[in-house]
Design a protein around this ligand. Structure first.
Ligand SMILES: C[S@@+](CC[C@H](N)C(=O)[O-])C[C@H]1O[C@@H](n2cnc3c(N)ncnc32)[C@H](O)[C@@H]1O
Length: 198
């Protein structure tokens, strides 16, 4: 599925929407600009798009990671995008009319997928600001994701505060690797977390 490229006008209105949401909701957005394409590409780096069967993106916002996923994903792969905010969902549906956008809470991921007959996911790609959530909310989101994550799978988490949360993710996953992405505003990074040490 090839997404239509974002024009400068779309990019400006996406920035404005994220900024307004940040002012209104603060910690549940936790950033005031959409991620860069470099961050979008790094968070999906290493995924084998030839073999992958199911991918889930959590907290898609205006879709800077979604667009990179849609460029790479093949017809045999199911891609589900979970976003809580109705305005972001509307924006995602306008931008990606053929994508499967679920307006819902990532904390109920396993149930959202069960309702669609999906029991296993190869990779979960998270744009959620997990460290700024209360610990019990963060734990329920990670628990719900690990329930459906394949043993060979990964939970991929972006951050705009590089490296600081490595220890936090190690409390949930036995294997956590970090990759810096300087070409983002602000400089960012990606944690790739595995449910098993490989
Ligand atoms: C930091 S923004 C990231 C947006 C986008 N992925 C990016 O990289 O620019 C976090 C997103 O997570 C969404 N979100 C927050 N809590 C959520 C939840 N419990 N379930 C699903 N989405 C959530 C917010 O609405 C927002 O779109």
């Amino acid at each position: 599925m090839t997404p239509t490229p974002a024009t400068p006008a779309i990019r400006r209105s996406d920035w404005w929407l994220v900024f307004r949401k940040f002012l209104k909701h603060g910690t549940s957005i936790a950033t005031f600009v959409p991620s860069s394409k470099f961050l979008g590409r790094q968070i999906i780096a290493g995924i084998d798009f030839d073999t992958v069967k199911c991918l889930v993106e959590l907290g898609a916002g205006t879709g800077p990671i979604t667009v990179e996923l849609l460029k790479r994903v093949k017809s045999h792969t199911k891609l589900l995008i979970v976003e809580l905010d109705p305005d972001f969902c509307r924006r995602l549906r306008e931008r990606f009319p053929n994508a499967d956008i679920i307006e819902g809470d990532a904390a109920h991921l396993d149930e959202l997928l069960k309702g669609r007959g999906i029991t296993q996911v190869d990779h979960v790609i998270s744009g959620l600001p997990l460290p700024s959530f209360p610990p019990e909310v963060r734990a329920s989101i990670i628990e719900s994701a690990t329930k459906v994550l394949a043993p060979h799978g990964t939970f991929r988490q972006l951050t705009v505060i590089p490296l600081v949360y490595w220890k936090l993710y190690r409390t949930y996953f036995p294997d956590v690797r970090f990759k810096l992405v300087p070409l983002n505003f602000p400089p960012a990074g990606v944690y790739v977390c595995k449910p098993e040490v490989r």
